[in-house]
Design a protein around this ligand. Structure first.
Ligand SMILES: Nc1ncnc2c1ncn2[C@@H]1O[C@H](COP(=O)(O)OP(=O)(O)OP(=O)(O)O)[C@@H](O)[C@H]1O
Length: 593
């Protein structure tokens, strides 16, 4: 017999005591006649948006159900039948108008419920450059309450890694589109681990087994089963489950084109369909396959002739679906309504477990802790982007080439030096701008996911982002200016060099914050760079016989005007702050409420 290592035994016990201790609120989820409609553009072949009409489309039509703590509910249905939409609605994250009612312990969705909810989306939204351990560690530091020490939070991470069998890849990078990281199944388990960390009372998962082999899928569902047994409410969509997987669920909702055709216990589903005349075509048929066929309108009669099934029986399929939908309304809906009613009266004491905590803060951690963790995570993630060898190579080569092009330029050929300064401001206007333009869209899915799970405040993210960008964005221009300035023979004064450098760094910060109004920024930055390098009364040789002219009268400089130094600086400062405020407001408005 194999001997169990005593340490493994202790760890296994710790894992299950963590997941089974009732340190969470139990949640009853009830939803009654939930419908959801979207408006989409019908272009009718018309290219002009203003001429396109809007059409309404029902995505969900009167779906009802009850999920108790300790139950594991799965949603089944063909692709596009509305499973994800229903799951998102139950997670309180569906934008727009939802009709019908969804309650949690008899109360509507609230920020208190939000923090007790784990939501695993179909697409694993993870930072590609972090390792599995780092990903889970940062999630734990942000999401676990501040009454736990850092050490305790990291111990929880170790337990999750063990429970989800991620030990072998704990130090591997997640990976992304540009470079290979951990496998798809491991990514999925990391996503689940991030949600399991907070020990959620309600866990919702969108297709947690897609892309996994049957053993891995069974392990995931077995984990969900154990979580449910500990008193959690677990809801998941599932695609084509095997028979053994299907049997691990307690309840099932079957959707057909947004309409429910069954909602209730999996132990009664076969009896229900046989009572209305539908039986599996053979004895050992996987019940999930049978239910999916029904949701597609495929029955024993139409199935007998495979040709007909694929080539000519759409009407028959539609009439089967219509029959199943009306049968649900007639036979199951009244029973469900009664169950919902009964649960409200007998089992749920509205707000009992939640109202006592209604005074608790909306956030699990302080602003400062969130800022620090986000700053550290951002630096770790962006270290790979910003200091990628390619970027350093680009900046170094451009600085050396421009230094050689302007090699020891003479101050008397003022147009050369003005050209170089313009090149500085244009290059350091575009370069950080492009970086800034691409970073927010890249981070948006992650930001939306984390904000909607109440992980941190938008302001702590935003300030951590700004602070994290500072060293990364300032080091490269500093190296660039140091090389080019001295190679090109600009005024050999350390003070002037520092002024030029600080103006360029200002330029970088403004164009980063701006992200949009490029032309306006460049205009002011040209002024700023110019005024940092020449004093008002400086002269240059502008004609034969040593004739001297004032720098400020040189046409290009005169056009810009350098006598309004205070005003120019004020304009830059307004832009520096203003564009960042604008970006923050835009981010805040862009988040679903
Ligand atoms: N915001 C939206 N705009 C346009 N169509 C939408 C939107 N949300 C959902 N839909 C449509 O609603 C239907 C249901 O989508 P949903 O993602 O819920 O299906 P699903 O059953 O989860 O599918 P799958 O199994 O393929 O993930 C689909 O036809 C989808 O195209």
């Amino acid at each position: 017999m194999t001997q169990i290592n005593p340490r493994t035994f202790v760890l296994i016990n710790e894992v299950w005591s963590f997941f089974s201790v009732r340190n969470f609120v139990i949640i009853f989820v009830q939803f009654e006649e939930v419908s959801y409609t979207i408006e989409s553009q019908n272009n009718g072949g018309n290219c002009f948006p203003s001429l396109q009409s809007k059409v309404k489309r029902n995505i969900l039509n009167g779906v009802s159900g009850v999920v108790r703590p300790g139950e594991l509910l799965s949603m089944l249905g063909p692709s596009g039948s509305g499973k994800t939409t229903l799951l998102t609605a139950l997670a309180g994250r569906l934008p727009g108008n939802i009709s019908g009612s969804i309650t949690y312990n008899g109360l509507p969705f609230s920020s208190s419920i939000k923090r007790k909810t784990g939501f695993v989306t179909q697409d694993d939204i993870l930072y590609p450059h972090l390792t599995v351990l780092e990903t889970l560690k940062y999630a734990a530091l942000l999401r676990l309450p501040n009454k736990l020490t850092r050490k305790e939070k990291i111990e929880h991470v170790e337990l999750i890694i063990m429970e989800l069998r991620l030990t072998t890849c704990r130090n591997s990078m997640i990976g992304g589109t540009l470079f290979r990281g951990i496998s798809g199944g491991e990514r999925k388990r990391v996503s689940i681990g991030q949600e399991m960390l907070v020990n959620p009372s309600l866990l919702l998962l969108d297709e947690p087994t897609s892309g996994l082999d049957s053993t891995a899928a069974r392990r995931i569902v077995a984990t969900l089963r154990r979580l449910a047994c500990g008193g959690r409410t677990v809801i998941t969509t599932i695609h084509q489950p095997s028979c053994s997987l299907y049997m691990m669920f307690d309840k099932v909702i079957v959707l057909s084109e947004g309409y429910p055709i069954y909602s209730g216990s999996i132990h009664k589903v076969m009896d229900y369909f046989s009572s209305i005349g539908y039986k599996p075509w053979f004895d050992f048929m996987n019940p999930a396959d049978f239910l999916l066929d029904l949701a597609n309108g495929v029955t024993l009669e139409t199935r007998q002739d495979d040709q007909m099934e694929f080539h000519g029986s759409h009407d028959e399929h539609n009439s089967t679906k219509q029959f199943l939908i009306s049968s649900y309304k007639k036979n199951l809906l009244p029973i469900l309504k009664e169950e919902i009613q009964r649960a409200s009266q007998d089992e749920i004491r509205p707000g009992k477990s939640l109202s006592s905590r209604s005074s608790e803060s909306q956030w699990t951690n302080s602003w400062w802790l969130q800022f620090n963790v986000l700053l550290s995570r951002g630096l770790k993630e962006r270290k790979h982007e910003s200091f990628a060898r390619l970027r350093i190579f680009q900046v170094l080569s451009v600085s050396i080439i421009s230094g050689l092009l302007w090699w020891h330029s003479d101050a008397n050929y003022i147009q050369d030096q003005v050209g170089l300064l313009f090149f500085f401001s244009i290059f350091w206007g575009f370069f950080p701008l492009f970086n800034a333009v691409f970073t927010f869209p890249q981070e948006r899915p992650m930001l939306t996911r984390e904000l909607s799970s109440g992980m941190y405040r938008l302001s702590s993210y935003y300030f951590a982002r700004i602070a994290g960008d500072l060293p990364m964005e300032l080091v490269l221009p500093t190296i660039f200016i140091t090389i080019t300035y001295w190679m090109s023979g600009l005024k050999p004064s350390f003070i002037t060099f520092l002024l030029t450098l600080s103006m360029i760094l200002f330029n970088v910060l403004v164009s980063q914050g701006l992200g949009l109004a490029l032309g306006a920024v460049l205009m002011d930055l040209k002024q700023a760079t110019t005024l940092s390098s020449y004093s008002k009364n400086e002269v240059y040789e502008c004609g034969l016989g040593g004739k001297e002219c004032r720098v400020q009268d040189f046409p290009a400089i005169k056009n810009l005007g350098i006598d309004n130094m205070v005003l120019d600086m004020a304009a830059l400062i307004v832009m520096l702050v203003g564009y960042r405020v604008l970006a923050y407001v835009a981010l805040r408005l862009g988040q679903p409420h």
